[in-house]
Design a protein around this ligand. Structure first.
Ligand SMILES: CC(C)(COP(=O)(O)OP(=O)(O)OC[C@H]1O[C@@H](n2cnc3c(N)ncnc32)[C@H](O)[C@@H]1OP(=O)(O)O)[C@@H](O)C(=O)NCCC(=O)NCCS
Length: 175
């Protein structure tokens, strides 16, 4: 399995990964989100990664920048979305994508990385509920118990505040 940065030519294959991995009403919302991120032009680079197995795209994730609403300080990223094609799941592809993404952030400096998802899964990578609780997402969370954060490298981080995200995340259905 290899991991590389995404290109715009990967869009259809990435969409297919999400449509297969989420077999419910969320599938289209999340696959559209993944494609919107690919097309988004933001001054801070969005990190978008695919996992390849035998020339086939079998997993994807992205990390996009987050800012404090009042100061627009770029102090973090959010890891979203994430999916692995069902027949390739449970082979550490999701874990590898997360670790590769967190290493890429570590090379950029000191940041807080947020994630919104299953505690049992994301706690494996060091994501904590306590660290996230003073950071208010741009929309009300349907599952507040899924709101996590992780510090990458040390710095004088803000202790809380309201977050601004990239345009692709400005959709209440994603929260
Ligand atoms: C979640 C997902 C990305 C994990 O990818 P993966 O490559 O299968 O994961 P890994 O192989 O790295 O890890 C597998 C382990 O995570 C566990 N796991 C997978 N999904 C989990 C979840 N939602 N909650 C808790 N544990 C989960 C597996 O049971 C397995 O446990 P084990 O190591 O004890 O056997 C993948 O299952 C997926 O695409 N699911 C559907 C979409 C989704 O839920 N995306 C995440 C949104 S927050």
């Amino acid at each position: 399995m290899q991991i590389r940065e995404t290109t715009i030519d990967d869009a259809e294959n990435i969409k297919e990964v999400y449509l297969q991995a989420f077999d419910n009403s969320e599938a289209h919302i999340i696959s559209d989100f993944a494609i919107n991120l690919l097309n988004e032009n933001h001054p801070v680079e969005i990190i978008s990664l695919v996992a390849i197995e035998n020339d086939e795209i079998v997993g994807h994730t992205a990390l996009s920048p987050v800012f404090l609403e009042n100061t627009y300080e770029h102090f973090g990223y959010i890891l979203a979305p994430l999916a692995v094609s069902p027949k390739f799941q449970n082979n550490k592809i999701g874990s590898s994508l997360i670790k590769y993404g967190l290493d890429a952030i570590a090379n950029r400096g000191a940041f807080i990385v947020f994630v919104y998802g299953d505690h049992k899964y994301y706690s494996r990578f060091g994501f904590e509920l306590d660290l996230a609780k003073n950071f208010i997402p741009p929309y009300t969370l349907k599952f507040p118990e899924g709101w996590h954060a992780l510090k990458i490298n040390s710095a004088d981080f803000p202790e809380g505040g309201t977050l601004n995200c990239v345009d692709s995340l400005n959709d209440p259905n994603l929260w």
